[in-house]
Write a protein that binds this ligand. Structure first.
Ligand code: ZN
Length: 331
């Protein structure tokens, strides 16, 4: 995420100060407005003196995301009053609940595909995007998406919601997966949120086992086909970087027993106390070794292996894993 642009904040605050002053001329006196004007002018003074964005209590920089959400804050999150902290906690709880509702049904079956995922945000809300779109009543394909918005926390989660809505609304007006990615990419580049970018693995699976992938700069999805493992390399830039970006798709056909494993870098880049990465190689080896189990079991094995590897070093990023397996017809 780009740092807070103090000059832009200053311009906004000057405009805001002017608007409050003219409002005060009309309403004569309003305690709330007077108070707000004082806060706006104090923030402008801090910008002038070079102390803007520094906590009044501990003199450490205030969290950028928090400052961006409210440019008038004078203390860091840790030094808010208990009442203020409660309000923020309540907002985050609500945001987490909204985000939870956007997730697809887990441990489900579509055609002959078994599907499961694990979604674990680093904080109350996450910057990973996970979705499964089932075919319509009249048939058609199933779509699955696993992505990662740069940055973490509330700002990243807002972009996840935006992406969720954009993909779902454009899905049926774009005949190809690559075309869909190109359109979503252009929209992302046009939004003001474009200081972030998104890596995304997108897939379309048919009832007959055909799977098409587009990989926009995401960790390589793994396909286990007839016991052999293949990784789906990048087929285009991460979304939100270049307006004219083009995407290619890769198609493969899976037989009963074959599977797909997709993850975010919260898995591959997790580190242990020796600062070693969990690594793509370790993930590939695990998926190749355990490919006979159900998607739910495979995700469970991967999570246990990760926690054995990282020991007590704790998580550092959002973690998402998606797994699919093709059942034999009629099971
Ligand atoms: Zn502080």
């Amino acid at each position: 995420m780009t740092p807070v642009d103090t000059a832009a904040v200053q311009a906004q605050l000057i405009e805001r100060s002017g608007r409050i002053r003219s409002a005060l001329e009309h309403v004569r006196h309003d305690d709330q407005l007077v108070h707000l004007l004082k806060d706006v002018d104090a923030a402008l003074e801090r910008i002038g003196s070079g102390t803007y964005g520094i906590c009044d209590v501990c003199h450490e920089p205030i969290e950028e995301e928090y400052l961006r959400a409210d440019p008038l804050v004078t203390v860091c999150l840790e030094h808010l009053s208990p009442g203020e902290q409660k309000t923020i906690e309540r907002d985050l709880e609500l945001a987490a609940r909204v985000q939870g509702k956007l997730l697809p049904m887990c441990n489900t079956r579509v055609y002959s595909w078994e599907f499961c995922y694990h979604y674990e945000p680093f904080g109350p809300v996450g910057g990973d995007y996970c979705d499964l779109i089932r075919p319509s009543e009249s048939g058609g394909d199933m779509y699955f998406f696993l992505g990662d918005v740069s940055g973490k926390g509330v700002a990243a989660s807002l972009l996840v919601s935006y992406l969720h809505a954009t993909v779902r609304s454009l899905l049926h007006s774009e005949p190809t997966l690559a075309g869909l990615m190109e359109r979503v990419n252009r929209l992302l580049c046009e939004t003001t949120l474009s200081s972030n970018f998104i890596t995304l693995a997108a897939g379309r699976a048919s009832a007959d086992g055909t799977v098409e992938f587009v990989n926009a700069g995401h960790c390589h999805p793994l396909v286990v086909r007839g016991g052999a493992i293949r990784s789906i390399e990048t087929t285009g830039l991460p979304l939100g970087i270049s307006f004219g970006a083009r995407y290619r798709s890769v198609t493969t056909k899976l037989a009963p027993g074959d599977s797909i494993f997709i993850y975010t870098d919260g898995l591959s880049e997790a580190r242990n106390s020796e600062k070693e990465e969990y690594s793509e190689a370790r993930i590939s080896a695990l998926v190749a070794r355990e490919s006979g189990v159900t998607p739910e079991a495979l995700i469970g094995i991967a999570r246990r292996d990760l926690s054995a590897f990282s020991g007590g070093s704790g998580k550092f990023d959002d973690l998402s894993i998606m797994a699919m397996r093709r059942l034999s017809e009629g099971t």
